[in-house]
Design a protein. Structure first.
Lengths: 110, 195
């Protein structure tokens, strides 16, 4: 696995970047991915990916206040670090480079 | 109208066997979604997935502890089961003895789960329980290759299927849950000192 950015992890990083700091916890992150991709996402997979990214230092997290409507459990907010942003940019550059010059992918939107 | 509380057992399983770093926030998210209208089935599915992912991750990152958990769990559970069934066989015989062996299997597995929960990180109970199921699948696959003449009578095979795939894994988890509640109570009685 190493420090290669998998496609699901890239989606997670993009979802966290799209959300404000005060909204970037498990539920909105998975909703963001579901709405964008149309794929169902398990919360446990989202946390597993976020923890992998945190272990690599690409994402950081902090615990919020515990609230009664969450059974007294706190939210865990995530933020993409500078290294995470650099990795996303790098992934985009690589994909765009790969895209160029492919006849089948030119001209249409699908 | 407020929805009924989320199912207790999966909540307890997640709290007991998934590292707190993940379980606290994940449980909050699950409760939030459940209150927003998700079903009990969805809640169970999310918890089972979280348990599987957590066990896999812990097994990969703490290989030595995982091996130690399997060895400790197997040695304690199997030896307890061996000695208690040996003792019980003195008083009951024939096929009826197997009905006595079933609760003994559960108690032995629960004891191994309890010991693991008290001596290893919380996810190790889950890893041992999963190992038991995988080991049973392998054992039965090997058994299926034996010539029919070497096979045990059907009631004995049925007994081992029930023990290996149901009683033993559930017993380990039950013992782990019991060990967790004792750990939690000890923390309530003697909270860790804050500096």
């Amino acid at each position: 696995m190493g420090d290669r950015l998998e496609s699901f992890e890239l989606m997670i990083l993009l979802a966290v970047l799209r959300l404000d700091d005060e909204d970037a916890y498990g539920v909105p992150i998975s909703t963001e991915i579901e709405q964008t991709t149309g794929r169902r996402v398990a919360l446990a997979s989202v946390y597993a990916a976020l923890e992998r990214l945190e272990d690599r230092g690409w994402v950081s997290s902090r615990m919020g206040e515990s609230t009664a409507e969450r059974g007294g459990r706190a939210k865990r907010y995530f933020r993409v670090n500078a290294e995470g942003v650099r990795r996303v940019r790098e992934a985009k550059r690589t994909l765009v480079k790969m895209w160029r010059g492919i006849r089948e992918l030119q001209g249409g939107t699908t | 109208m407020k929805r009924p509380n989320p199912p207790t057992l999966p909540t307890k399983l997640l709290e007991s066997f998934v590292p707190q770093r993940t379980s606290e926030a994940l449980l909050g998210d699950l409760i939030e979604q459940y209150d927003a209208g998700r079903s009990r089935t969805w809640y169970w599915q999310q918890v089972i997935l979280a348990l599987v992912i957590s066990a896999g991750r812990e097994a990969r990152t703490r290989k030595l502890q995982a091996v130690s958990a399997v060895v400790v769990g197997y040695v304690t559970g199997a030896s307890l089961f061996y000695f208690t069934t040996k003792l019980a066989a003195r008083f009951v015989g024939g096929y009826t003895a197997y009905f006595v062996f079933l609760p003994l299997a559960f108690v032995s597995a629960a004891a191994s789960g309890w010991i693991l929960r008290r001596s290893h990180p919380r996810a190790m109970v889950l890893i041992f329980s999963g190992f038991c199921v995988v080991a049973s699948v392998v054992a039965f696959a090997v058994y299926a290759w034996l010539p029919i003449s070497d096979r045990a009578p059907v009631p004995i095979v049925a007994f081992f299927v029930v023990v290996d795939f149901i009683i033993w894994p559930l017993g380990v988890l039950a013992g782990g849950l019991w060990g967790s509640s004792e750990t939690d109570n000890a923390l309530i009685r003697h909270p860790p000192e804050t500096h």
